[in-house]
Write a protein that binds this ligand. Structure first.
Ligand SMILES: [Zn+2]
Length: 243
């Protein structure tokens, strides 16, 4: 039993060490602390909330912009066929709030759009829009907290498994909730990405590509400038048009 315990302890400590290896410790104060400091200094400026612009729906998409299913996919079908899968994924959540990278993998290591909470958060937000159940929004917010803590990745700045992709989760949650806390978090991850190459991160196999490299990071930085119309490229539905 002693040996089993020590094995478990080793696994646990090893897992924690590996987790630390994969992400930087987030050096930024979170929104409440930062906003409190600004208010105390008298420098806070009320910018006001801007609602997302009204958009038209594109024919052929299974969902309207407000998240409601298009006529061809009725709510009953979604509830019967899609909701159980969503709830199954939800119940795979680790105690940390992160999600497994695959169904057979019980190691809580990866916090990437392609593996873990930064991908699952988009499913939860869509589930909230479609089924209108608070639990989905609450869990999306919990994902956001994990991403804030563990999302500055040593793998680099890309959108697939890099800091910019994790930053997109904040932009999406900001659009959904209009809570400036999430816009603040996106801005801080953007600030990190602006120091591109200064953190000793790994150089991606395709350093200029959209998903692994610089192109994705630039896309994210450009989207931070227009958060209301931001969209994770080739992933989030977008029928809004920019000038
Ligand atoms: Zn990836």
């Amino acid at each position: 039993m002693g040996e089993t315990m020590s094995k478990r302890l080793k696994l646990h400590l090893g897992g924690e060490a590996e987790m630390e290896e994969r992400a930087f410790v987030n050096p930024f104060p979170d929104y409440e602390a930062a906003a409190g400091a600004l208010l105390a200094s008298g420098a806070a400026e009320e910018t006001g909330c801007v609602r997302p612009p009204a958009t038209t729906d594109e024919p052929g998409l299974p969902f309207h912009q407000d998240g409601k299913p298009a006529a061809k996919v009725d709510q009953e079908t979604l509830t019967e066929m899609v909701k159980p899968s969503i709830d199954y994924v939800r119940h795979k959540k680790f105690r940390s709030g992160n999600y497994p990278s695959s169904l057979s993998n019980e190691t809580d290591r990866l916090v990437h759009w392609c593996h873990g909470a930064p991908g699952v958060i988009h499913m939860l937000m869509q589930a909230y829009k479609v089924f209108k159940e608070e639990k989905y929004l609450k869990e999306a917010m919990e994902c956001s907290d994990v991403i804030w803590q563990r999302g500055l990745l040593r793998k680099g700045y890309g959108i697939c498994h890099g800091t910019a992709g994790n930053g997109y989760s904040f932009l999406s949650l900001y659009r959904l909730t209009q809570d400036k806390k999430y816009l603040y978090r996106a801005c801080k991850f953007a600030e990190w990405c602006l120091d591109y190459g200064a953190h000793g991160c790994r150089i991606p196999d395709r350093p200029y590509s959209l998903f692994e490299g610089m192109a994705g990071a630039i896309h994210f930085l450009s989207d931070v400038l227009g958060p209301e119309t931001s969209r994770f490229p080739a992933f989030e539905l977008d029928s809004s048009k920019r000038d």
